[in-house]
Design a protein around this ligand. Structure first.
Ligand SMILES: Cc1cc2nc3c(=O)[nH]c(=O)nc-3n(C[C@H](O)[C@H](O)[C@H](O)COP(=O)(O)O)c2cc1C
Length: 191
């Protein structure tokens, strides 16, 4: 089973990225293969000038095709998700998230913007045809004790992350079952 993590902060190290680091460590311990991407993997001009054919974008798209799930993290910028992440998502094929389970994570300076994932990021994930977008996790900055060295969170945030990762793991296994199901395959023949 393969999962991609995608860090959408223009900064590194970053609070939203450390949520992904935690997720990677948890999933790897469960024998899930995880490949990681972050915005710094891309030349800024490839993103700004929408170079769909840049080698880094093509490699990302190929790896995403082979993934069962995606965990995507973003900081909240101006009550939405990071614009730099949008420049990357704009370069993905229209059905890039088809058949994939997606878990969104976000960090922000104020809980007043905790719904930014729901009203801003989820519609974009939906436009990319994600099969299932799970209830995300929002962390405010005060809940992240360390993001420079090792992930360190308040107990409340850690528990919410653990629950979200367990739900993600269960969704991945449901997906695996449905992909192998003879009903799914038979249904597909009539499409
Ligand atoms: C340009 C900019 C705009 C921001 N706008 C918001 C905002 O509208 N709402 C909010 O809750 N936090 C806002 N923040 C705070 C960040 O979302 C928060 O510090 C986040 O944890 C940073 O994540 P990162 O370290 O992964 O980049 C903003 C930060 C920056 C730099």
């Amino acid at each position: 089973m393969r999962v991609m993590t995608l860090a959408g902060s223009p900064r590194f190290p970053s609070r939203s990225s450390v949520l992904l680091q935690y997720a990677r460590e948890k999933l790897s311990a469960l024998d899930i293969e995880v490949c990681h991407w972050h915005l710094q993997n891309f030349a800024p001009e490839d993103l700004l000038y929408a170079r769909f054919n840049s080698p880094a974008i093509q490699t990302l798209v190929e790896q995403l095709e082979g993934a069962d799930g995606l965990i995507i993290a973003t900081p909240v910028y101006k009550a939405s998700f990071a614009g730099a992440l949008k420049t990357l998502l704009d370069l993905l094929p229209e059905r890039a998230l088809e058949k994939k389970i997606v878990l969104p994570l976000a960090t922000g300076g104020t809980v007043a913007h905790m719904l930014a994932v729901d009203y801003a990021l989820k519609p974009v994930l939906n436009a990319l045809k994600a099969q299932e977008i799970l209830h995300g996790v929002f962390a405010d900055d005060s809940q992240i004790a360390d993001y420079q060295h090792r992930p360190a969170f308040t107990p409340n945030l850690q528990q919410r992350l653990d629950t979200a990762l367990e739900t993600f793991w269960q969704a991945l296994h449901r997906r695996e079952f449905s992909v192998a199901s003879p009903f799914t395959q038979q249904g597909a023949a009539y499409v």
